[in-house]
Design a protein around this ligand. Structure first.
Ligand SMILES: [Fe+2]
Length: 289
């Protein structure tokens, strides 16, 4: 299935460096504060799970190429000797060797050229530490059920089980991704531009109490100003909302929806009374008729 591909273990993420980076930031709060000061909107090292037992129980390091470009000099002071060099090299090589091929493959599947939608490298890298050392050590919720907002994501795992994908043929049934395999899965943007031909794959991460799990993810999305609508006329098998069909939902707007819910889910912001914290339901209301 083109919207979900198991990539095996030929490409290895540098998990010893990733572990070193998380351990360093947790051991050195002053360094973590300095890192977060380079991006004050929501910080780059997210630790809400250390205090909030209801949020996703994970720590996150955000590595956006755009943000890095702005503050590279400051990061140079304290992170490169603690695993950051290897992490950056990994993501840079991964992107240069695979991005073109994967966009070609997905485009061929739906009979369309996806490159005009991806001119400005709207890509992000994230590292995750599903450590047992959080506010709710026994919680199984590493990452709640969701779909990603972009075109596709590639998830690398440290050979520890935890990532699960909803069965396409049996909704509600969760299938573990083999612990030694990377996986590519499509998101909402792919779903919309393909007229529903590519699924936005629902997934989640379950924790095993007492077990630490690390992952690294590359997120690829269309450019923020791209209006999301089916790009092959007459082929859509989905009833989209008038806003989508009239080109009023661009990638930036979809990302804003997703960011707000992520902040709640990840414990970095609180929903107002009565607000629905289900990320998927909100996005479905926006894009489906
Ligand atoms: Fe995800």
């Amino acid at each position: 299935m083109a919207d979900l591909a198991f990539l095996g273990n030929n490409i290895k993420a540098p998990f010893s460096s990733i572990r070193q980076l998380f351990d360093h930031l947790r051991a050195k709060p002053d360094v973590a504060d300095a890192l977060n000061a380079t991006y004050t909107y929501h910080g780059l090292f997210k630790t809400a799970a250390s205090k909030n037992g209801l949020s996703d129980q994970k720590f996150i390091i955000e590595i956006s190429p755009t943000r890095l470009g702005l503050r590279l000099a400051e990061l140079d002071l304290f992170l490169y000797s603690h695993g950051f060099t290897e992490v950056l090299e990994f993501f840079t090589e991964l992107t240069s060797k695979n991005l073109h091929h994967l966009l070609s493959m997905l485009g061929a599947t739906i009979g369309a050229d996806l490159f005009p939608l991806h001119r400005s490298s709207n890509i992000n890298f994230r590292l995750y530490d599903y450590t047992p050392d959080t506010a709710a050590p026994q919680s199984e919720i590493g990452c709640g059920v969701h779909r990603d907002y972009g075109t596709f994501s590639i998830v690398f795992q440290d050979e520890t089980l935890g990532l699960e994908i909803e069965s396409a043929s049996h909704p509600g049934e969760w299938l573990p991704v083999p612990a030694d395999s990377a996986v590519m899965l499509c998101g909402w943007s792919a779903f919309i531009v393909s007229g529903g031909e590519l699924r936005a794959v629902r997934h989640r991460v379950r924790r095993q109490p007492g077990v630490r799990r690390l992952s690294a993810v590359l997120f690829v999305a269309p450019d923020l100003n791209v209006a999301l609508k089916p790009i092959i006329s007459g082929k859509s098998n989905v009833q989209f909302s008038p806003d989508v069909l009239e080109g009023k939902v661009n990638v930036g707007r979809l990302k804003e929806f997703r960011d707000k819910k992520w902040c709640w889910r990840e414990g970095n912001a609180k929903p107002e009374d009565g607000e629905d914290v289900s990320q998927d339901a909100d996005i479905e209301r926006l894009i489906l008729g």
